[in-house]
Design a binder for this molecule. Structure first.
Ligand code: GRG
Length: 291
């Protein structure tokens, strides 16, 4: 069983070649996409995809195109989220945000380019497979990233600024803005391994609870995290009157709710027949997260 860092290194090596597989492109566009893609980042989603696939008996090399595509989608969402029209952030992954370096038009196009390249990379990989696993994995990733998934969550997140905290609405936002791409990672990895649908569903449930706990700890870090360690400014949620779990419940209750979601995530792992130690460690260390 590989460690998190081994998968992460493999992803870091594969990302730029996957980007360049889209063919010749204008230099500035390539530079701005590569800037954000190479800017660091924990690589949680691609590692979860590869680790899920390999633990369930799949081939991580075959899954790499999908892992890179998922990280491209995640990176595009961060670039667009940082734009002045959305969160207006100047720092991300310890570096100036994409629009601070390449301008707003450059950042919008870098996001568009990453999203499109992700689809190209997955479609090419899927068309080279002699069964439907690749097509199903791509459909799963695009659905979770789409309007009923991450984009839908982001849309209500934007609309909820300056509104009174509301648990149902906030749960919807966190389920989609944050948990959806984590669900995509685990589900796509298991689909590529050819896992049975009920096991893919148990994997999704793990990622859903993990995603909710992840966002709760993200909200806690925005209140009491170390901006230098996190590589982004803190205190932004309060400044922008964002609806967050901490604004809704306070710090103590947010920690308790995160503990509950972590427990539910681990219970979902117990329903799977494989040793998923990376998943268990990620969930178990969430409350100690520093970035
Ligand atoms: C613009 C369509 C669109 C969506 C944006 C990702 C996102 C949706 C917004 C970013 C802000 C935010 C708090 C999102 C929730 C998910 C999250 C905590 C993302 C950060 O993920 P990490 O911590 O980041 O895995 P790194 O940099 O480590 O990859």
């Amino acid at each position: 069983m590989k460690r998190f860092e081994e998968y992460k290194d493999a992803v870091n090596k594969a990302l730029l070649p996957a980007l360049h597989s889209a063919g010749p492109m204008p230099e500035k566009l390539e530079e701005s996409m590569a800037y954000s893609l190479s800017a660091g980042g924990k690589r949680l989603r691609p590692v979860l995809l590869l680790a899920s696939c390999e633990a369930a008996g799949g081939d991580p090399e075959e899954a790499m195109a999908f892992a890179c595509a998922l990280e491209m989608i995640h990176t595009y969402s961060l670039i667009h989220d940082d734009l002045p029209a959305l969160d207006n952030d100047e720092l991300r992954r310890g570096k100036p945000t994409n629009h601070m370096v390449f301008g707003e038009a450059g950042a919008i196009l870098a996001g568009d380019g990453l999203l499109n390249t992700a689809a190209e990379v997955m479609a090419r990989a899927a068309s080279g497979m002699n069964d439907l696993r690749g097509t199903k994995a791509m459909a799963c990733i695009m659905r979770h990233a789409g309007v009923s998934g991450m984009i839908g969550g982001q849309s209500l997140d934007v609309a909820s600024e300056n509104q009174e905290p509301d648990e149902e609405l906030l749960t919807y936002i966190h389920l989609h803005k944050t948990a959806d791409l984590l669900e995509a990672a685990v589900e796509a990895g298991l689909i590529l391994a050819g896992a049975e649908p009920e096991l893919v569903e148990a994997g999704r449930q793990f990622a859903c609870h993990y995603g909710l706990a992840f966002q709760m700890t993200d909200d806690l870090l925005d209140v009491d995290g170390d901006a230098a360690l996190m590589g982004k400014n803190t205190g932004m949620d309060a400044e922008q009157h964002k609806m967050t779990w901490v604004a809704l419940k306070g710090v103590e209750k947010t920690r308790e709710d995160a503990e509950r979601e972590i427990r539910l995530a681990c219970e979902a792992l117990d329903r799977l027949p494989w040793e998923l130690s990376i998943h268990r460690e990620l969930a178990g260390s969430l409350l100690d997260r520093k970035y």
